[in-house]
Design a protein around this ligand. Structure first.
Ligand SMILES: [Zn+2]
Ligand SMILES: [Zn+2]
Length: 258
């Protein structure tokens, strides 16, 4: 069985914990070390049991404690070459490995992992598909648009963590400066609630999927607005196979299992 918990999600810091019977990993490590340790402990996991940290990209909300985790506990950091190149100098002493680009699969303990290229404003951002025991997980946050490669990752996944960053109207009418509004809603920015809902609806296969809406903006979204928007799109398309939840900011989500 695979278990997944989003430990924290959004600009406050991102970390998704995934475990099989034998392998425990983190996707990103963007909160403080103290926060991670406390919340992993509530799941019965010690930090030094983590086998690897997979980095999606170099933005600080995804890497904050990765370096300390690696240096203190010897946990290996896995990222593609461009992301490694873009990491701050302090990562020079960390235990770092490069994973292959180009859609190739690589093994991390029990998990067969594939990095999926994302469209986002940094060097070489990715999401991840993880497979184990015929179950598929897809983690897709920090992306401005959904490419066919992202669709391939999401299609048929038993567990999905999908960005639902902002509400169009809240962003347009909010207090952010024009250049930031343009960046967020661009193809290299962040996925809106509507885009998340339409993507889920378009790719639904009728088989049950557990979905966490993630990386919600504090200023331009709320859990209630994100849920209402995505639920509305799914129900308009007569889709009842998707179980929706929210990945909260600075708090763990419910545990998803597959
Ligand atoms: Zn982010
Ligand atoms: Zn980012």
């Amino acid at each position: 069985m695979i278990r997944l918990v989003s430990l924290s999600s959004g600009s406050c810091g991102n970390a998704v914990y995934v475990e099989s019977a034998r392998t425990k990993i983190l996707i990103d490590s963007g909160t403080t070390l103290k926060y991670l340790g406390e919340h992993l402990a509530t799941l019965g996991t010690k930090i030094d049991e983590i086998e690897a940290i997979l980095l999606t990209h170099e933005h600080s909300d995804h890497i904050r404690s990765a370096h300390s985790l690696s240096r203190k506990y010897g946990i290996k950091i896995l990222a593609n070459a461009d992301t490694l190149d873009a990491l701050p100098a302090r990562f020079g002493v960390a235990n770092i490995r490069v994973f292959p680009g180009g859609g190739d699969f690589f093994q991390v303990g029990d998990f067969e992992v594939q990095a999926v290229p994302h469209s986002h404003d940094c060097r070489s951002p990715v999401g991840f598909v993880l497979r184990h025991n015929k179950k598929k997980i897809c983690i897709a946050t920090d992306l401005g648009c959904v490419t066919s490669l992202v669709e391939d990752g999401l299609r048929g996944a038993h567990i999905v963590v999908l960005e639902s960053n902002h509400d169009f109207i809240m962003l347009a009418e909010g207090h952010y400066p024009p250049h930031l509004k343009a960046r967020i809603s661009s193809k290299v920015g962040h996925l809106s609630n509507t885009m998340a809902g339409r993507t889920l609806a378009r790719l639904a296969t009728g088989k049950s999927q557990k979905v966490l809406l993630a990386h919600l903006s504090q200023s331009n979204n709320s859990p209630a607005v994100a849920m209402k928007t995505v639920e509305g799109i799914l129900s308009n398309n007569n889709i009842d196979s998707i179980e929706l939840g929210i990945a909260p900011r600075l708090a763990p989500s419910v545990m998803l299992t597959a």
